[in-house]
Design a protein around this ligand. Structure first.
Ligand code: FAD
Length: 425
């Protein structure tokens, strides 16, 4: 029976990189993947274009991994986002930068990245088992021994790297299988929850679909804690849907919705929208006063729709019981105050998010206190390593999770190989 130095469970983003890294460091490597092809999740990222990493410095990247990103510091010091770019470029893949530092292959196709990883794996003679779901990871005398596949085959290995991903978007293969093998090795899990996910609300205006389909550009969206303080704010686009809110600002806030609900022990959290973040309340009042002077005979609707989208304005006017045809100059001071408050601080409650299956990323996972941050080896089971989303860290979309997956894969693969081959680390 073949005995591998390093066996990677999961041929996804981090698993492919872990395998390449282990092979580059001299190990005999196999990857076991339950799908019939490698990198299925990577193929769907960045709308099928693969947001392969981000062109920002280390601190910025870590700050965009709000879920336990600090755990990644040690790995980042060994291999970082610039190394990822160098890796692809030196393997003939041209990359380009887009907004917010996001890096993509110039072909605009995820396939380019997945095919490159596959080609490099072939060149490095990495054995790949496809359609080979792992049933369990085998441990003996406090060390990894290999894996048993669902078809009954056993594959022996000195080191096992668990790269099975989280539970988000399970149709790509990440169904959370790895968690049970982490537990079997004695690990604890931080509770799983959906992140980078649309947020739900049962506010009447959502249930009645009053604003469904309306997008607010460049709005400042915040999650408030029970003291009314912003737990997080993100200034980006957002959209109202039939179940709640979605869009980039919402995805980024979603983790904080869950965390605030947990921390404040509540099933409702307040969010607030500042639709005009470039203007202070005072400036807005001055603007309205000027409009009253210049075009005060015209209706509230026709004069104020220059400030926010008309549908949003009409929604606000309706909530304040102000007739849209009222001449602007007839607005009372109290009505102007409430209008400005609506523009700057429209508060509503949310009650959670869509489920983890609809999320981009899984929050929670293998407790990182039980994992050596330098090597990504388990502190509880010798020669067991973890990479990617199975670990308790999560980043914003925009290349940060992919970066985390490539980096943890690279570092775990290197240390797994060096440990097996007896190379001092
Ligand atoms: C639609 C979508 C868009 C995204 N966009 C972005 C983005 O723009 N930027 C960003 O940073 N992140 C993005 N992400 C998140 C990012 O893709 C993931 O965090 C990252 O790919 C996780 O890598 P991983 O190696 O941990 O897991 P995965 O890439 O999920 O790989 C896990 C692999 O393990 C295999 N596996 C599982 N169980 C078994 C088993 N029992 N036996 C054998 N194999 C098994 C799976 O089939 C899978 O191939 C997106 C995610 C989704 C769903």
């Amino acid at each position: 029976m073949t005995h591998y130095d390093v066996l990677v469970v999961g041929g996804g983003t981090s698993g492919m990189m872990a395998a390449i890294s282990a092979a580059e460091h001299g190990a005999k490597v196999a990857v076991v993947e339950k799908n019939k092809l490698l990198g299925r999740k990577l193929l769907v990222t960045g709308n099928g274009r693969c947001n392969v990493t981000n062109n920002r410095d280390k601190e910025e990247i870590i700050s965009h991994i709000p879920g336990n990103g600090r755990f990644l510091y040690s790995a980042f010091y060994q291999y970082d986002n610039y190394d990822i770019m160098k890796f692809f470029r030196s393997n003939g893949i041209a990359l380009k930068e887009e907004d917010h530092g996001r890096m993509f292959p110039t072909t605009d196709k995820s396939r380019t990245i997945v095919e490159a990883l596959k080609r490099i794996m072939e060149e490095k003679h990495i054995e790949v088992f496809l359609k080979a779901p792992v049933d369990t990871v085998l441990y003996e005398d406090g060390k990894t021994k290999g894996v048993r596949l669902q078809d009954g085959r056993t594959l022996l290995a000195a080191s096992v790297i668990l790269s099975t991903g989280g539970r988000a978007m399970p149709k790509t293969g990440s169904t959370g299988d790895g968690y049970q093998w982490a537990k079997k090795a004695g690990h604890t899990l931080k509770p799983l929850y959906p992140t980078e996910v649309p947020v739900t609300s049962d506010e009447p205006f959502i249930v009645d679909r009053v604003l469904q389909g309306l997008a607010l550009r460049d709005a400042n969206l915040s999650v408030l804690n029970k003291k009314g303080k912003a737990a997080i704010s993100h200034r980006m686009d957002m959209i109202f849907t039939h179940f709640g809110i979605s869009g980039p600002a919402v995805l980024r806030c979603s983790m904080f919705v869950h965390q605030t609900m947990k921390r404040d022990k509540t099933d409702r959290v307040t969010m607030t929208i500042d639709a005009l973040p470039d203007k202070s309340a005072g400036e807005l009042k001055q603007d309205i006063a000027k409009l009253m002077k210049d075009v005060g005979d015209k209706s509230v609707k026709n004069t104020l729709k220059s400030l926010v989208p008309e549908r949003y304005l009409l929604f606000g006017l309706d909530r304040m019981d102000i007739s849209e045809s009222l001449p602007l100059k007839q607005l009372t001071h109290a009505q102007i105050d409430s209008l400005v408050e609506f523009f700057k601080d429209f508060r509503f409650t949310v009650n959670g998010s869509l489920p983890i299956e609809k999320a981009f990323v899984t929050g929670g996972g293998v407790n990182t206190k039980e994992v050596n941050p330098k090597t990504l080896e388990s502190k509880l089971m010798q020669n067991l390593y973890f990479t990617g989303e199975i670990l308790d860290y999560n980043g914003y979309t925009g290349g940060y999770n992919i970066t985390g997956a490539f980096i943890t894969g690279r570092v775990a693969g290197m240390h797994a190989a060096q440990s097996v081959l007896g190379i001092a680390q």
